[in-house]
Structures are given as structure tokens and as C-alpha cells.
Design a protein around this ligand. Structure first.
Ligand code: AMP
Ligand code: MN
Ligand code: MN
Ligand code: MN
Length: 280
């Protein structure tokens, strides 16, 4: 059997649902031979995941997925093989956490002004801010579902949190230069995550890749679940044009989301250096 690798996953230290050790156990069961945990803006789950992987005889990579901004768009930069205790990285993550907490509080205040939510809006934000780990809008969405204000988390985004709704709070994030620098000061490889998901023209996406590479970015995610053959070709061409390596991961958040299964075949398009070769 060909070995599976997965260099993009989440635990409950951000918006995943599994504890790091549970994630590692599931990955082992699926036959994953090389795993990275890449929670949004936190390294808090890495010690537990690394220990579990070592006990299971699995190769493990310390990772993080950093939220960044570029021309008003939210961009995600995965850092792989980082030193979690690097001061520059942790200072950057502390800054992002403060922005996130302020945003969730602002969302709570806006929701509380809506007649149908009032106290529930305040309670939902307080509950999300009280949890351990990085607070995200995904947690607000789940809390709104639990409070009976939406049927599904998607519904909660559509009704209460998305653009044009009562609880929408736009957010400016530090730039991709700062995100790449934080990863590189921690000795890590910076990977531009899920490039096909950004609402950018192909010209703008090319410019993003060029700037990312100039700032010291190492790779593009070119192998992800749910990519059409067309997208796959486009991403492969981008990686080659900008001399970026290729990375692969599932962006796993929870079991039961069948379209993001844990573990990816390591196969990458021809002519692209596999980033994972630098990690083993
Ligand atoms: P945040 O980083 O606080 O904006 O939260 C973003 C997280 O919420 C993402 O990582 C997704 O897991 C989830 N999310 C964002 N937008 C949507 C959406 N439209 N529908 C469902 N989940 C979403
Ligand atoms: Mn997420
Ligand atoms: Mn992402
Ligand atoms: Mn992710």
C-alpha cells in the first residue's frame, strides 16, 4: 500500500473537534505515515500530538496555519517543521489571538443588538471566549446551532455571521509578509494553503504567488481533496511558474465530513518538488 501523508489538519485547539491524540489515532487507523497538525494560529496541540505520534510509530511534523491578509482578502499560510517555542512566532500568534478575541466580542455585541438574539447573542460570544484554545467564527456558528438559532453551522454563517448579516464583523489581518517571516524565524517552511479557495482572478492569484515567493514562501498546496482536474492543472502550473514546491493535506476538521477525509496520497503533479521530501 502506498503511504498516505497529510500536512494540513486541525484539532480542538482551534476549530477541529478531536483532541490531538484522537486525531493521531484516527490518522494511524487510516494508514497515514506522515502527519502535521496545523491548527489556526496556535501551536498548543503540538506536544500532545507529537507524543501520541511517537507512541504510534508515526512521523510527525510540527505545524500551524496562520491567518493573514492580502489586498483585503483573508489568506491562510501553513507553517511546517516549525520550532513551536520560537519567540518571534509566538509573538505573532499572540497578536492574532488578541485580534480574534476582539472580533468575537464585537460579533457578540452586534448579535445582541438583534431583537431575535439579544441575550443569546451575548451568551454565545461569552461561551466561545471562555473556551480553551483559539476562538473562531466556526465556534460561534456551532454555539448558535446549540442555542437553536440556526439548523446547521452553514446556516448560522448564512443567517448570522456572513457578509451582509447582523453579526458580520470584517477583519483586517497582518500581511502575508509577516506570516511568512514568523514561520521562517521559527525555522519552518511556509506553504500557501488552498489557493483555489480565494476569490481572486487568475492574474491576482499569480501575483499573490509571486509575492509569497519573494517573501520566502516555499510551497503551494497542490494536492487537496475535492480539486477538479482543471484546478489541479492550474495549481501545478502556478507552482512551476513560481518555483514553489508542492504540499498536500486534507484540511481535516472533524470525522463525518466525508469530503475532507484524513490522509492524502503523496502523488503530486509532474515537475513539482514534493515538500514532504524535505520533512522526512
Ligand atoms: P474565523 O477564522 O474566525 O473567520 O473562522 C473561520 C472558520 O469558520 C473556518 O476555518 C471554517 O471552519 C468556518 N467557516 C468560515 N466560513 C464559513 C462558512 N461560510 N460556512 C461554514 N463554515 C465557515
Ligand atoms: Mn477551520
Ligand atoms: Mn484554511
Ligand atoms: Mn485549515
Amino acid at each position: 500500500m502506498e503511504a498516505l501523508i497529510d500536512l494540513h489538519t486541525h484539532s480542538r485547539h482551534s476549530d477541529g473537534t478531536l483532541a490531538p491524540a484522537q486525531l493521531v489515532a484516527l490518522a494511524a487507523q487510516r494508514g497515514v505515515a506522515l502527519l502535521a497538525l496545523t491548527d489556526h494560529d496556535t501551536t498548543a496541540g503540538l506536544d500532545e500530538a507529537r507524543a501520541a505520534a511517537q507512541a504510534a510509530g508515526m512521523n510527525f511534523v510540527d505545524g500551524v496555519e496562520i491567518t493573514a491578509g492580502w489586498r483585503g482578502q483573508e489568506i491562510h499560510i501553513v507553517g511546517l517543521a516549525i520550532r513551536p517555542d520560537a519567540a518571534g512566532l509566538q509573538a505573532h500568534l499572540a497578536r492574532l489571538l488578541a485580534l480574534r478575541r476582539a472580533r468575537i466580542a464585537a460579533i457578540g455585541a452586534k448579535l445582541a443588538r438583534h431583537p431575535r438574539l439579544a441575550q443569546a447573542g451575548r451568551d454565545v460570544a461569552a461561551e466561545v471566549l471562555a473556551r480553551d484554545g483559539v476562538p473562531t467564527r466556526a465556534h460561534v456558528a456551532r454555539a448558535l446551532v446549540a442555542a437553536g438559532m440556526a439548523a446547521t453551522t452553514q446556516n448560522a454563517f448564512d443567517r448570522w455571521l456572513g457578509r451582509g448579516t447582523a453579526g458580520h464583523v470584517p477583519q483586517e489581518w497582518p500581511g502575508i509578509d509577516a506570516a511568512v517571516a514568523a514561520i521562517r524565524t521559527a525555522g519552518g517552511h511556509a506553504v500557501l494553503a488552498h489557493p483555489q479557495r480565494y476569490k481572486l482572478s487568475s492574474g491576482a492569484l499569480g501575483q499573490l504567488c509571486g509575492e509569497f515567493r519573494e517573501h520566502g514562501g516555499a510551497a503551494l498546496e497542490t494536492s487537496l481533496p475535492g480539486l477538479s482536474p482543471n484546478d489541479q492543472d492550474r495549481l501545478a502550473r502556478l507552482a512551476r511558474a513560481h518555483q514553489l514546491a508542492g504540499s498536500s493535506g486534507s484540511d481535516f476538521h472533524e470525522p463525518g465530513l466525508a469530503w475532507r477525509p484524513l490522509g492524502r496520497f503523496a502523488k503530486l503533479p509532474p515537475g513539482i518538488e514534493p515538500l514532504h521530501a524535505r520533512l522526512m
